[in-house]
Write a protein that binds this ligand. Structure first.
Ligand SMILES: [Zn+2]
Length: 196
């Protein structure tokens, strides 16, 4: 898993996105916190993010803490996810290799199609970087300043569900939940073929 510090900025190739003048910069991303959830294993922080209000995305960071530590530090381990195309096409490949993706099963097929960024250093999309900086600036605020709002939670869940719909490929055996069954079936087929 990557560290929190790794998603507070961009690695070399994408440095330009730190520059305020760049329209692709994370500075132009609006972040609306929608979910702060403490699970037994991790702290989950989700947000609706957008530059253009017409194109909103669900962005989520999970913080995993070392034993006896409950504070977010630069070296907290994180897993991330975003419903935007940039996450899927530019960043997910390197993130999968370091087990840094939430719901990785939905992205494994996308990763097979987009190997061009395989050597890239793991990084988040601009929405992840914007959310990470949002959290960093509110570490001392209760729930990072989240205001409970039912409509907001619904909107977030709807946007988040798009990840499963857009990225799931039922024909990809790697994405079928019960992989063991698929492998068993393939082995059986091969065995029967060898007997012909
Ligand atoms: Zn994104």
């Amino acid at each position: 898993m990557i560290f929190f510090k790794d998603i507070l900025q961009f690695p070399g190739k994408y440095r330009g996105r730190l520059n305020y003048q760049n329209p692709k910069s994370f500075h132009h991303v609006n972040v609306i916190l929608a979910e702060v959830d403490q699970n037994p294993d991790y702290l989950s922080v989700g947000a609706i993010t957008f530059t253009n209000p017409q194109r909103q995305y669900a962005t989520k960071i999970h913080f995993f803490f070392e034993k006896n530590l409950t504070n977010i530090t630069n070296f907290s381990r994180v897993q991330i996810i975003c419903s935007c195309p940039s996450f899927k096409f530019e960043f997910v490949g390197s993130l999968l290799k370091t087990d840094s993706v939430i719901e990785r099963v939905y992205f494994e097929y996308a990763n097979l199609l987009h190997k061009k960024n395989a050597k890239q250093i793991p990084s988040g999309c601009k929405h992840i970087v914007a959310l990470a900086n949002h959290i960093k600036s509110r570490l001392n605020v209760k729930n990072f300043g989240l205001r409970q709002n039912i409509q907001l939670i619904y909107s977030f869940e709807y946007l988040y569900s798009q990840i499963a719909i857009q990225n799931y490929n039922p024909r990809d055996p790697y994405q079928i939940n019960n992989r063991q069954k698929v492998l068993e079936k393939l082995r059986k087929q091969q065995y029967l073929k060898s007997k012909l």
